[in-house]
Design a protein around this ligand. Structure first.
Ligand code: PLP
Length: 221
């Protein structure tokens, strides 16, 4: 299916100056990614390690690859040489492994901690107490291969705008709280990744700085 150029242009216009667009290209062919790349898009998101590795090898080096899926520790090594930002970090063990693989590659890897904001039990992520514990431990051990750049979250998959809005506002408050604790400097801890095809306008209203949009650009999967 061809990419939706009109939607791409209206989305980038809506985001201008507010948030970065990560085009979520999972399951979509390289040709679709190239089409969007030609229009100027540089940030692409993938959920599966093998698919990301294959696409990164075949597509332009100017692409910034975001890993947005659930990352298994034993697979970090495959993406560590090139990944731009890992969105879904949800444990200290994973953070340590990313740190280790980053150092092996002489890199610092930017990471977002995933916070569980949806009421669904199935969504991954840390609750607020776990989040604080991970941040405390990560800062105490001074992992030099990683940078915690902010937070990521997914709202409930629901048509209930009040509910989705409440969940995004909650994540925003957690983000604001961490920005003012003094643990992080505001220019380093400044990414709030929230909003997808179905809910990104609400996420933007709640202060998202990065949206992850797939089906609206590439068609349904
Ligand atoms: C697939 C996916 C998206 C994009 O979803 P769309 O509804 O197609 O925009 C965003 N974030 C994550 C974590 C995803 O897995």
């Amino acid at each position: 299916m061809p990419i939706n150029t009109t939607d791409y242009q209206s989305i980038t216009a809506a985001l201008a100056g507010k948030a970065t667009l990560v085009a979520v290209s999972k399951t979509k062919p390289a040709a679709d990614i190239e089409a969007l790349y030609t229009l100027g898009q540089r940030d692409f998101g993938e959920n599966y390690v093998q698919e990301l590795v294959d696409k990164a090898a075949a597509l332009p080096a100017g692409i910034r690859w975001h890993f947005i899926g659930h990352l298994q520790r034993n697979k970090v090594k495959y993406i560590a040489p090139f990944v731009h930002l890992i969105h879904g970090v949800d444990s200290m063990e994973l953070l340590r492994e990313i740190n280790k693989q980053a150092l092996k590659n002489n890199r610092t890897i930017d990471c977002l901690l995933q916070v569980c904001i949806a009421r669904e039990e199935t969504k991954f992520g840390l609750d607020e107490a776990e989040l604080d514990a991970v941040i405390k431990e990560a800062t105490a051990t001074a992992l030099s291969g990683i940078n915690i750049r902010g937070l990521m979250g997914m709202a409930s998959f629901s048509n209930d705008k009040t509910l989705v809005n409440r969940e995004f506002q909650h994540l925003r408050q957690v983000f604001d709280r961490l920005q003012t604790t003094g643990i992080f400097t505001a220019d380093r801890f400044n990414i709030l990744s929230m909003g997808m095809s179905g809910d990104y306008p609400l996420a933007l209203e709640a202060g998202s700085t990065m949206v992850r949009i797939g089906s609206l650009l590439f068609g349904s999967r």
